[in-house]
Design a protein around this ligand. Structure first.
Ligand code: ZN
Length: 296
């Protein structure tokens, strides 16, 4: 039996999932992330893998989803939200602790891989996976493999500038990354909440808009239009067979009807048949994708 172990390293929890050769779940465990403690993070992941293999009586491959990317220049972690990982040789340290090769990818790439393998993008050759949550990220999967690129940033769409800013998009917001008018600065959960201006989160904004609240309706309308502009640029460059949305804001049902209508004027084609799909695996996509890193 080929056992694939996926580990999703998040800011607040570390989750492990083991899949058998048929993609069936065999083991799952979730523990809190040792915050700000790098050594304890390495130990926790190692212990989780050990427990899982002992419980199943079998060794597996290990894939890891991290909130950041590995620098190809240094082999160290960059762009991570879990700041204790930044600049650390996390892959090498884990490989030494586990005694085997470990594959690693950022969480958006794991999401895209999970949905492309046996989720909403199943059967599609090229899948663009998008996370719309506290942050905004993207990942590209081609023929079942994550596309990384020479800079390890393929699919990092959230820190492109929003195309064609208009009156309502001004003043251009600053992004934590140091750039201006990043897509993330418009399309993250906190950005939507700020735009609605009512101190409420996305589910409440959607509920109020449905009840006729003009302010929430206007904010959602702007959100959909911005998402359409941002995704049209992806379609023009990559022309993926499917775009799959994940993250908390992907639960806004109306996106799937409105955004493909709104992106038409920005896509350089008379016919746009790109499906915009909602994730299938939800919160499990990160950890499933990490396991699927050993797909071939
Ligand atoms: Zn940015």
């Amino acid at each position: 039996m080929s056992l694939r172990i996926g580990v999703d390293l998040g800011g607040s929890k570390i989750e492990l999932l083991a899949l058998d050769g048929h993609g069936q779940e065999r083991y799952r465990k979730r523990v809190p992330t040792p915050r700000g403690d790098y050594g304890a993070t390495v130990k926790t992941v190692t212990a989780l893998v050990g427990e899982c293999e002992e419980a199943l009586g079998s060794k597996g491959t290990v894939g890891l989803g991290i909130p950041g990317a590995m620098s190809l220049a240094t082999g160290r972690i960059k762009n991570a939200n879990s700041t204790c990982l930044i600049g650390r040789p996390f892959k090498q340290d884990l490989e030494a602790a586990l005694g085997r090769e470990v594959r690693m990818a950022n969480d958006a790439n794991c999401f895209a891989l999970s949905e492309a393998t046996d989720g909403a993008g199943r059967g599609a050759r090229v899948v663009f996976g998008v996370i719309l949550g506290t942050g905004v990220g993207g990942g590209i999967v081609v023929d079942g493999r994550v596309l990384t690129g020479p800079n390890a940033i393929a699919g990092e769409w959230g820190h492109n500038p929003l195309p064609l800013p208009r009156e309502a998009d001004l003043p251009l917001p600053a992004c934590y990354c140091g750039r201006q008018a990043c897509i993330e600065a418009y399309l993250s959960g906190p950005a939507l909440a700020r735009d609605a201006g009512a101190g409420i989160g996305a589910p409440e904004i959607v509920a109020r808009a449905a009840q006729g609240d003009a302010r929430c309706e206007a904010a959602l309308g702007r959100y959909e239009e911005r998402l359409a502009r941002a995704l049209a640029a992806v379609i023009n460059v990559l022309d993926p067979d499917a775009i799959v949305l994940g993250g908390g804001l992907s639960n806004i049902d109306r996106l799937y009807e409105n955004v493909p209508r709104l992106w038409l004027p920005y896509v350089f084609s008379d016919l746009v048949s790109t499906p915009l799909a909602r994730h299938v695996h939800g919160d499990s996509s990160g950890v499933r994708g990490a396991a699927w890193l050993w797909n071939g």
